[in-house]
Every structure is written in C-alpha cells, then in structure tokens.
Design a binder for this molecule. Structure first.
Ligand code: NZQ
Ligand code: ZN
Length: 388
C-alpha cells in the first residue's frame, strides 16, 4: 500500500424528502444565490418549485443559469461567471446531474480568477480559491456530489477536460433517491456504467497489499450489478435507487476506495476524447471503451483480472487457465453492459473510423495514459479500432 492523505469536506444529506433541508444548508453562505440547472428535467418533476420554495424561505435573491448541456460547455460556464460577477453572487447551487454540478464547480472557480476559467482545464493554472457551492443531485453516476472534480467541454476546439481541486468540493450535497425515479432507462444505464468504471479505474492497479480497498471495490461492483438491473426494471424502486446512489458516491469521492493505490484513468481519457468530437453520453462511451481496454491490458497483471472474475462475477475457476478466467470476467462485464442497454461498439453510437487518429492524438495530449499499462497514441488507437 502507498502513503496517502485523505480529506473530504462535503456533507452528504441522504434520503427521502431531504430537499426540505436545503434552505438551512444554504443560509450560512449568504443570500445571493446562483441556481444552475439543465435542460428542464427539474421543472418537469417538480423539483425546481421545491428548490425555489426553500430559497425564498430564507429570503434569498435567486439568479438562474438554466440550460446547462449534458457534457457541459465552456460557453455555459462563462455565462454563469458573468451572472455571478454582475450580481455579486455569494453561493452557487447546482441542481441536476453531473453536468450541472460540474458546471457549478467551474463557475465557482472561475468567478475569483482573473484569467479564463479554461486555464484550469488546460493545465495552465491551478485553482487558488472559489465561491462556495452546494448540490442537489438528480442522477446517480459521476460522484461529483462528493468530489473535487469537474469536466468541461470546450466545443470550439473539441476538447473535453477534467480538473480537480480541494476548493470546489461541494459544501453539501442533498441525495434523495426519489429524485432519480424519473431518470430514463438509458441514462440510468449510463450512470451504472460510469460508477462501475470509476471502480475499475481504481481497482485495476499494480499496487499490492491493499485487500481492504480491493474488497470495497468488489462490494460496490456487486451492489451496482444487483441494483442496477432492478432500477432499470422498476424505476420507482426506492431501495434499488438508493443503493445505486450510494454506490455512485462511494465509487469516486477522492479517497474511499482509492487511498494507497495507484490509479489508472486511461479509459476515462479515451472516453473524453470521443465525447469531445462526437458529444456522446459519458457512460455510453465508457461502455464501448472499457471492455476493450480490459482485453488490451489484462496481461499486465492477470491475477487481478482472475480475482475480479471470480469475486465479482462468480466465475467458477475449476478446470480453467488464468487466461480463460480473466477473459470470462471481461466477457461478463461486456454482457452486463449490453443487458442494461448500454452500447458495445463505436458503430452503435454512429461513430466510424474517420476520426480515430484525431481522438487518439487528443487522448495523449498531456503524455501517455494510465498506469496499469502505459498507453501511447498507437495503443489508444488500437483500443479504438477494437471498439469499432
Ligand atoms: O439537463 P436535464 O434536463 O436536467 O436532463 C438530464 C440530462 O439530459 C437528465 N437528467 C438528470 N437527472 C434527471 C434527468 N432526467 C430525468 N430525471 C432526472 N432526475 O439526464 C441527462 C444527463 O445528465 P448529465 O448530468 O449529463 O449526466 P451525468 O450525471 O452522467 O453527468 C455526465 C457528465 O459528468 C462528467 C461526464 O464526463 C459528463 O460530462 N463526469 C464528471 C465526473 C466528476 N465530476 O467527478 C467524473 C465522471 O467520470 C465524468 O467524466
Ligand atoms: Zn466517469
């Protein structure tokens, strides 16, 4: 196990009806609030009215940034920064999925910064301070509700980049599983793939002597696998939605399962390079990339893939070689993603070979990817070819 420090300042308020606590949670940060939301799901399901009631209840002046896109764009972030400066906003509240909350984080970091907020994503500057922000999460997937990461797309230059900072952890996040009942099946599936992928990025590691982290990863994966299919079959099943939501938060929160292990993140970088050109949903991209990444790299450490197959997918090892067991685990992953309706090939997402080179080049812009096996441009291209 490697040395580590783990600090997570986000307060999680979890459960049915917890939106009623919103006013009290916002109040200490000031009265001028920017409400950030997406394309309208929160208006259709009544959450918008509930949130406004809470904010009015504390006498807040509310400014709004609606229309944040899935794969949130820099242009929306710029609009939010302008609104905050114009109205001297004190607190930013993101109400929605990962895209909305990531945009809220970007705005929070951008307001006190003199340069362009994109500098943080282009690795030209580091966040030194940010406005405080909070979240009401409506989609179980990214973990952004309890981490310091934000991913923004600069559509003008076809780049989708992430950055992380202690300054943009939400002060609080409200997680009411009932708010996810209206998430459609395809987005539920994307969320399932995303949270499983976050675990993979931390589980497929060369670090040794980390039995607790490994078993935590395996528990999250098994819980997602069981509850994911149930949530798709029964969208109003509270237990299934609650378990998924908790898994999403545990899968990527700056420590829980990543402490002391070297992480990978190559598949995420490859997915971001695909979304930057084709604007596909993050989870859909991961469903296409991850099983192919697994096939490409499993020989780097076959014992971990054997453990994965046996412990997570209950593959019976009797009479099988390590190679056969590892490949059976990878196939089980592919089959599960397909069973929940997530795509298997680039072709299914309408993507051909035309821009494979551009995407591979973009993925390695800051150097080789990953640590489980280091990937150069040609490796990335080979994985994309496998995914065609
Ligand atoms: O925009 P609205 O109308 O709200 O609709 C959204 C959107 O169309 C809809 N939705 C959300 N909650 C809903 C709902 N529809 C009905 N009922 C609800 N309760 O779902 C659609 C997708 O929303 P989005 O926020 O884009 O999904 P997700 O939460 O999967 O976020 C994806 C973004 O997060 C980034 C991804 O790259 C992508 O940009 N990521 C962020 C991470 C982080 N900050 O830690 C890590 C991830 O690896 C990821 O890269
Ligand atoms: Zn992800």
């Amino acid at each position: 196990m490697n040395n580590f420090a783990f600090y997570n300042p986000t307060k999680i308020v979890f459960g049915r009806g917890t939106v009623t606590e919103l006013g009290g949670l916002v109040e200490p940060y000031g009265k001028r609030v920017l409400l950030v939301y997406g394309g309208g799901s929160i208006k259709r399901n009544g959450l918008y009215d509930q949130v406004l009631r809470q904010l009015k209840g504390i006498g807040a002046e509310v400014y709004e940034l609606p229309g944040v896109e899935p794969n949130p764009r820099l242009t929306s972030v710029h609009r939010g920064i302008e609104l905050c400066r114009e109205h001297d906003v004190q607190f930013i509240l993101g109400v929605g999925g990962g895209s909305v909350i990531d945009a809220a984080k970007a705005i929070a970091a951008g307001v006190p910064y003199e340069g362009d907020v994109w500098d943080f994503y282009a690795r030209k500057a580091r966040v030194e301070k940010a406005l405080p922000l909070g979240a009401v999460l409506t989609l179980a997937a990214t973990g952004t509700e309890m981490n310091g990461n934000t991913v923004i797309t600069n559509w003008e230059i076809n780049q989708k980049r992430g950055m992380g900072s202690i300054h943009v952890y939400p002060k609080f996040s409200i997680l009411d599983p009932e708010l996810t009942f209206t998430v459609p099946a395809d987005q539920t599936a994307n969320g399932i793939v995303d949270m499983m992928s976050h675990v993979f990025e931390q589980y497929f590691s060369l670090t040794t002597d980390t039995p607790l982290q490994e078993r935590l990863c395996e528990s999250i994966l098994k819980t997602v696998i069981e509850n994911g299919e149930l949530a798709i079959r029964e969208p109003d099943n509270y237990a299934a939605r609650a378990n998924l939501m908790l898994c999403g938060t545990y899968a990527l929160n700056g420590g829980m399962i990543s402490v002391g292990v070297q992480q990978d993140w190559a598949s995420h970088e490859i997915e971001h390079a695909i979304s930057a050109v084709y604007d596909i949903a993050h989870g859909a991209g991961l469903s296409i990339v991850f099983p192919n990444w697994m096939k490409y790299v499993y020989r780097s450490r076959i014992d971990r893939f054997v453990q994965y197959a046996v412990r997570v997918w209950d593959i019976d090892p009797a009479g099988k070689s390590d190679e056969e067991i590892a490949l059976a685990g990878i196939q089980a992953t592919r089959d599960y993603f397909t069973r929940i309706g997530a795509p298997a090939t680039l072709g299914e997402a309408g993507i051909g070979r035309e821009k494979l080179d551009v995407m591979a080049e973009d993925a390695v812009r800051f150097g080789p990817l990953g640590s489980f096996r280091k990937l150069e441009k040609d490796d990335v291209k080979a994985i994309l070819e496998m995914a065609l």
